[in-house]
Design a protein around this ligand. Structure first.
Ligand code: ADP
Ligand code: ASP
Ligand code: MG
Length: 403
């Protein structure tokens, strides 16, 4: 007998017909003798709809109440799926976050699962029951409902797999695996049969939303193998696991993109030791994450221009902090928000020389200007004009043999 955690994303439970289809998948697993815990998302679009409702009440909606509101989407799916299973004569029961409970730490909208009670659910599984658990949420030490960040049902599934010591954790979604790039944007994208945690972590933190990055991080930390597969076909999915099992014949495994970043340039800053620290220290104290940094010496050799990127949502706050900062002198600050970050990721990059220049050459062949660059051992990211996003992904996908 195998204990499985099956996670179903928003599109997979987007209509009552789809929920009935999911109930059939679960019934099949349970009839073949497996113990099943299903983790579910809100029906597709529901969480956005609830956010939209909150903005009609206030732009500054109370954070505690926002989590109460947003967590309700998953509650609806739990009840519908559980009842659909009961109708198929499967013993099933939904457990809400506070009934389990799933304990979280950290602030509203961005909490982290730290523990959960497994006894009652394990007893139910022993009695051949199927447990349905809402993704994306928990309760804090004070008993307040919390949510764990957008796309967080993936992280719930991994946490549940860890706590319940499950044999497998399967992420059912609307594509049949992890692809070399978003298959809904680039139809020639190729499915990847297996991928390492490191590569998946880079891809998801750089924009491939097929897996949420904190879920991959937890899976990597506790060595929980994942499989991403389709709710709508029986095709084999993508296995995500540790290094040793992977063949690194390709230098680049995938191309990711995100439109979450913005570029800020401080023009005419004094060029002396300590200036960069004076600029970035207050930003980091305000939890603003600076990604790429470039410094140019200007022609007078006395001043310099410093360019860096931050999350687009942080641009206003960043400018306010810079304006208030009396430890720095500069001429002007300019910003550019319509930029995209394009990244190539591959564990094989470590051992393949020339990947960097091939990426730059490919972009220049397409007349795409690179505005900033950052690298790590297994990834290379560039900032470019947003309008060139698709062109850049297509070109990189082709030159690195991913089509
Ligand atoms: P779910 O609601 O099931 O959690 P998501 O919408 O969060 O599903 O993630 C699935 C989507 O991720 C796909 O529909 C696809 O458009 C997108 N995606 C982005 N990059 C990739 C990639 N490299 N491989 C597969 N899907 C990707
Ligand atoms: N419903 C939540 C969201 O849309 C969580 C999830 O689907 O993973 O972000
Ligand atoms: Mg998702």
């Amino acid at each position: 007998m195998v204990k499985k955690v099956l996670k179903f994303g928003g599109t997979s439970v987007g209509t009552t017909e789809r929920i009935q289809h999911v109930a059939n998948i679960i019934k099949k697993e349970q009839s073949s003798g497996n113990k099943v815990i299903a983790v579910v998302s809100a029906m597709a679009g529901k969480t956005n709809e609830l956010i939209e409702l909150s903005t009609k009440i206030s732009d500054n909606f109370d954070k505690r109440e926002l989590d109460v509101l947003l967590s309700s989407g998953e509650q609806v799916t739990c009840a519908l799926l559980s009842a659909a299973l009961i109708r198929l004569n499967v013993k099933a029961k939904s457990w809400l976050n506070w009934q389990i409970p799933i304990l979280t730490d950290g602030e509203h909208s961005n909490a982290r699962i730290i523990n959960m009670n497994i006894e009652k659910i394990n007893n139910f599984l022993d009695d051949r029951g199927v447990a349905i658990i809402p993704g994306f949420q928990g309760i804090s030490k004070n008993g307040d409902i919390t949510t764990i960040g957008r796309g967080g049902s993936d992280a719930t599934a991994v946490a549940v797999a860890k706590m319940f010591n499950a044999d497998t954790c399967e992420i059912y979604t609307d594509v049949d695996g992890v692809y070399s790039t978003d298959p809904n944007k680039i139809p020639v994208a190729k499915k990847i049969d297996k991928i390492s945690y490191d590569e998946m972590l880079e891809l998801s933190s750089l924009g491939a939303k097929v897996m949420q990055s904190s879920a991959v991080q937890t899976a990597m930390m506790y060595d929980i193998p994942l499989e991403v597969r389709s709710t709508f076909s029986d095709r084999k999915g993508t296995k995500i696991f540790s290094h040793e099992n992977i063949d690194y014949t390709k230098s680049v495994t995938g191309v990711a993109y995100s439109k979450d970043d913005a570029k800020i340039t401080i023009i005419g800053v004094e060029d002396r030791p300590g200036v960069a620290a004076n600029i970035f220290e207050p930003l980091s104290k305000s939890q603003i994450n600076v990604d790429m940094v470039i410094q140019n010496i200007s022609s007078d050799q006395k001043t310099t221009d410093i360019t860096f990127t931050v999350k687009r949502a942080d641009v206003l706050k960043t400018k306010q902090i810079l304006n208030k900062n009396n430890k720095i002198n500069y001429k002007n600050i300019i910003q550019k928000e319509n930029v995209a970050k394009i990244s190539i990721v591959g564990a094989g990059m470590v051992s393949t020389p020339g990947v960097t220049y091939r990426m730059f050459r490919a972009l220049s062949d397409e007349n795409i200007n690179i505005l900033a660059i950052s690298t790590s051992e297994i990834k290379l990211s560039v900032i470019i004009d947003e309008e060139n996003t698709l062109k850049a992904i297509k070109k990189l996908h082709t030159i690195f043999d991913l089509d």
